[in-house]
Design a protein around this ligand. Structure first.
Ligand code: NAD
Ligand code: IPM
Ligand code: MN
Length: 364
């Protein structure tokens, strides 16, 4: 079967991790007889450099005409001094809005093999971790009214956090549906002790919960949730939260699974369409050094196979291949090496981006 995939390598380490991901997808297509048709498109800083804008209309059109979108990362120092609405990151927000990608799934799974890369004490993560952060992606403070105005205290800038009932309802449903397939527990994270938008959020989530009597619902304030994430992360199954809180909590969750280089994501519209990207950014400090971990992007491609193309075996195959490469002791620098200091043992398997992609493709 033929699948049309819009590919956005982007900036920094984006093109490097994407190259390895396409190697892995090519291997899947050969093994299972699929036809993945890639169309590479521009977005982010490289688009600014080449065509003068971060999100060309042609990119949106090609993404819309595709079955799914795969994205590396956008942004970098070179474009940091541009005005807010011209920055490369606007390409991401523009794509999310234009493609209606309101539901962002960020599964944080601690692979057994990476327990040592987790900065928490072993007893806190014993038995592994499997948390799914469901982040609202097209509303809230990211997309609310923003601007500047003169005040007695000088120039002031503002960004408005606003959520409608329907925006909360649809993301809450995604979270509860997800929980039904997992541990049947939803933790809704807000700041309802202070924010009006959070009080509406909490009320609507409770209404949705009534349709899911089997699912346990807990509410946590964001400050407490951030603390609980490192105190006792095993209490979490599905976390549902707003755009900005989800951005922050998912980076925190990524680190307890070993590295941000491991965390994939799916951004879904209603229906099967989705955009798949690692949770990490363009890591300008690593760009061009063959040091970036491509696993988050490779695992994002696995999510694409699972959620948009309904290719479960193929998705499992990729995830198992990543596991096998880790089990064999291979590590990119972010997840550490396995050198035990004994020169007589061959346990140092520190690898770069390209080798990681090659090994994972071979393990399929
Ligand atoms: P970042 O995620 O790019 O990097 C944070 C830290 O994690 C850095 O030390 C980096 O070296 C490390 N890291 C990230 N990905 C890694 C990987 N795959 N392997 C190994 N180490 C990895 O976040 P930042 O430094 O805050 O942002 C850099 C740029 O990326 C900014 O322009 C930011 O706006 C952008 N950004 C883009 C996205 C995206 O495109 N989805 C996401 C986040 C940040
Ligand atoms: C992410 C990123 C983006 C976000 C930025 C780069 C716009 O941090 O995908 O987590 O804040 O959503
Ligand atoms: Mn982020």
């Amino acid at each position: 079967m033929k699948y049309k995939i819009a590919v956005i390598p982007g900036d920094g380490i984006g093109p490097e991790v994407m190259e390895e991901t396409l190697k892995v997808l090519d291997k899947i297509s050969r093994k299972y007889g699929h036809n993945f048709e890639y169309t590479k498109v521009l977005a982010g800083g490289c688009a600014i450099d080449q065509v003068g804008e971060c999100l060309p209309q042609q990119t949106i059109d090609i993404c819309r005409a595709s079955d799914a979108v795969l994205l590396g990362a956008v942004g970098g120092w070179k474009w940091d001094s541009l005005p807010g609405n011209e920055r490369p990151e606007m390409a991401l927000l523009g794509l999310r809005k234009a493609l209606g990608l309101f539901a962002n799934l960020r599964p944080a799974i601690l692979f057994e093999e990476l327990a040592e890369a987790c900065p928490l004490k072993p007893e806190i993560v014993e038995g592994g971790l499997d948390i799914c952060v469901v982040r609202e992606l097209t509303g809230g403070i990211y997309f609310g009214e923003k601007g500047t105005r003169e005040t007695e205290m000088g120039l002031a800038a503002y960004d408005i956090e606003e959520y409608s009932e329907e925006e909360v309802r649809r993301i809450a449903k995604v979270a509860f549906d997800m929980a039904m397939k997992r541990g049947k527990k939803v933790t809704s994270v807000d700041k309802a002790n202070v924010l009006e938008s959070s009080r509406l959020w909490r009320r609507v989530v409770a209404e949705v919960a009534e349709d899911y009597p089997e699912v346990e619902l807990n509410n946590l304030y964001i400050d407490n949730a951030a603390m609980q994430m490192v105190r006792n992360p095993k209490q979490f199954d599905v976390i549902v939260t707003s755009n900005i809180f989800g951005d922050i909590l998912s980076d925190e969750a990524s680190m307890i699974t070993g590295s941000i280089g491991m965390l994939p994501s799916a951004s879904l519209a209603s229906g099967n369409f989705g955009m798949y990207e690692p949770v990490h950014g363009s890591a300008p400090d690593l760009a061009g050094l063959d040091m970036a971990n491509p696993m988050a992007t490779i695992l994002s491609a696995a999510m694409m196979l699972r959620y948009t193309f309904d290719l479960k075996d193929e998705a499992d195959d990729i995830e198992n291949a990543v596991r096998r490469v880790l089990s064999a002791g291979y590590r990119t620098p972010d997840i550490g090496n396995t050198d035990d200091g004994d020169p007589t043992t061959d346990d140092t398997r520190l690898i770069g981006t390209a080798k990681a992609g090659k090994l994972i493709a071979e393990a399929i």
